[in-house]
Write a protein that binds this ligand. Sequence first.
Ligand code: ADP
Ligand code: MN
Length: 182
Amino acid sequence: MLIGLTGTPGTGKTSASELVKAYCGYRVIHLNKLIREKHLYSGVDEVRDTLVADMDKVSAHVSGLIGESDAVTILDSHLSHYIADIVIVLRASPGVLGERLSHRDYSQAKISENVEAEALDVILVESVEWCEKVFEIDTTDVTVEKVATDVREIINALLHGDDGAMLLKYKPGSLDWSEDVF
Ligand code: ADP
Ligand code: MN
């Protein structure tokens, strides 16, 4: 079972996926690293200071890694909702996201672009459009441990086929950042 862990950069995907791996032993594919190392990109976006992923290559590579296995694999990337049918979208309020990203060597323009994308629910909207099952976790005021526990709960419910009522609290659409100052 392939689970995409998606969300705007800074929402905590890599941190949470590492902890879920430590808790449950699930395989985690850090897609951004893979794209860089295996040259799964078509070019470099100089303005955004980022690689332009070749999604056909990325999908094919991930399929090759998974093979016939139906073991749980977590795909850590803001692009994972283009590949996985089941995704968990991590969220953070724009103010908190901006603060987290200020510790990265991002330009102010890149920070603002990400903060605005989060405020506009861009990745959530794309996920709902592309994926079969979408869950959402707000990481704003909770520890990485709590986020990892929530991810584990979602995966457990999916594995047991009781992801209906049980996972209502992860149903997307309850967050509203419109009052957030950023
Ligand atoms: P992503 O992989 O989504 O870009 P990271 O896991 O790299 O995000 O986390 C970005 C930053 O935010 C890191 O400094 C990390 O320590 C911090 N962080 C991640 N999750 C949380 C959380 N739940 N609460 C507070 N800080 C967090
Ligand atoms: Mn990351």
